[in-house]
Structure formats: C-alpha cells, structure tokens
Write a protein that binds this ligand. Sequence first.
Ligand code: FE2
Length: 353
Amino acid sequence: MTPMGDFRRHESIFGFSGPAARAVAAGIMMAAITVVLLSLPTRSGEWLPPHELVRKLYLLPILLCAMWFGSRGTLVCISGATVACLAPWGSPWPAEISAQFARVGEVAVFWLVGALAASLFDQQGKFVREIEAANDNTLLALAAALDVREHNTGVHSQRVADYTIRLAREMGVRDPADLDRLWRGALLHDVGKIGIPDEVLLKPGPLTEEEWKVMRTHPEVGSRMLRRIDFLKGPAEIVLSHHERFDGAGYPRRIRGEQIPLGARLFVVIDVYDALTTDRAYHTARSHAEALENLREGDGSRFDPAVIAAFGRIPFEELREIARNNQTPLARSPSELASAREAAPFLAPSPQP
Ligand SMILES: [Fe+2]
C-alpha cells in the first residue's frame, strides 16, 4: 500500500491515464499498422499477401476499442480502418473484380466484428453496472440501518459519502475506480459500530475510560468485516484509518501525515464538518462559516492542511445541494450512482452559510 492508500495511479502513457491512456494506445496502434501498410512495396503481386495480413491487424484496435469505449469508440476506429484499407494511398486497389470483392469483404468483416463486439461489451457493461448498483444499494441499506441506530436520521453516512467524493474531486482524484472505493469507504466508515453495545454507543453522558476502549475498537472491527469481501478491501483501508489524526495522535495505529490513506484524510474533515453542521445530542447545528473556522483550527494537527485548503475552495452552494439531496435514505439507480461519483449532487438538513 502506498502513502496514497487506495488511490493507486492507473495505467499511464505519455502522461495520460485512464480512458485517455486507452485512446492514446488505440491511436498509436492504428497509426503503427497504417505506417507498416504504407511502407510495404506495392509494385509486384507477391506483396499482396503481406498487405492482406497487415490489414487484418486492424481487427486488434477495433476489438480493443469495443472493449474500452463501446459502440461510439468502435465506430471511430472502424472508420479509420476503412479509410486506410480503401484509400488509394494505402494498399493498391486490385484490378480483378474478385479481388475487389475480397477487399470490400475485409472491410465488411471489420464492421461486422466491431458491431458485434461493441454490442456484447455494451451489454456486459450494462450488467456490471446493474450488479454494482445492487451491491451499492445493499451497502446504502446497511449504512442507513447503522445510522438509524446511532443518529435516528438514516442519512449521515450517505451524506458524508457524497461530500467526500466532492472533496476528492477538488483534490484532483478523477479515476472512477478510486472514487468508487472512496465512496464505499466513507459510506461504511462506522460499520464496525455494529459490534459496540447499545449501553456504550447510545450512552447519553460522557464515556468512561473502559467504555472508550470498547468504542475505539470499531475501526478495526469494521475493517476486518470488509477485508473479507473482495470489492471492499480498498474501502476497508479508509474504515481502519478514519479516526487517525494528521499529527499521529489518532487511533488505532497512530499513523501520521501521508502514512494515513488519502481517503481517510479526506473523510475525517468531512465527518467533522457534517457533525458541526447538523443538530446532534450535544450541540445545535453551526453555520458553514463557523464550521470552516472550526476545521481550520485543526489544520496540521487533526487534519491534513492540503485537504482543509481544498475543502475551503468548494462553493457552499454545492455542499448545500448535496445535503439537500440526502434528506432521506435512497435506493439509487445505476445512473444516479454514477452521477453521485461525478458531482455528488445527492442526499439532512442543509448547512447554513
Ligand atoms: Fe468512527
């Protein structure tokens, strides 16, 4: 695990990553095949089989585009291959009618294989999104059940999850897989409290030292629960570290600075902001400005200064919108879950300016 925790840098080509890296890879592949095609001699018939072989290589970028980009990207790729195969500056156009049919047949195969592959990958992507949405809605239900036990509202966890995604984007996190892990980690941050007895978790007064010992076990309990599930191993790291402090005075591992996964450094700011801007048993909701001032007091001790700076740049209206959209526990469709990752305009009482 890097100091970035669950935020792995994905594949990078010439400084591009994610979909941009794939687009660059497909473009390079198309260009390389075309260059090879143009460099083959055209004078004698003996070079026709090599031309034919190289033209068939266009199927590789076409299939990759179908897998990476679906039908639109495939259409662009096939169009490029079609032009390269039929243009007069490519392979020489054969004189015989049968050979001309064979050449048109080659291009038709590109379109048939590309359309079929794009359709299959689009279908597969749709099924995967439906399964992910079902998984995430199960996690939302679990988080809502935990929230009802502790906060009565059932929306704290889903609201902080959406706030955290917005903050992550402000910090430059763009990879959807990273945003997914972060959203799930924030949503399930207190899942370990399921193991804390009611007399400790719901005690109205201050906890004794013994009771605090019990309470402080919840990050490890939660992390252990999630680590067993493959797609929740990344979020488990945020769950384990969500009570660490930037100065190393947190728990359970007392790690400090960038040893704390970025997701947990983001989340801790959000968790405190949400606690400050909503009515709790021990205080009434403070305004956004008061909450920001309070957060800045913890800058460098409890919180990562870079994260506090990024949080301060988020317009208040966006945070209010997120809070407004998170007033009731929601099951979400695949597209709503996707847009929650994009802009987090979802799910409590709105914070005041
Ligand atoms: Fe917690």
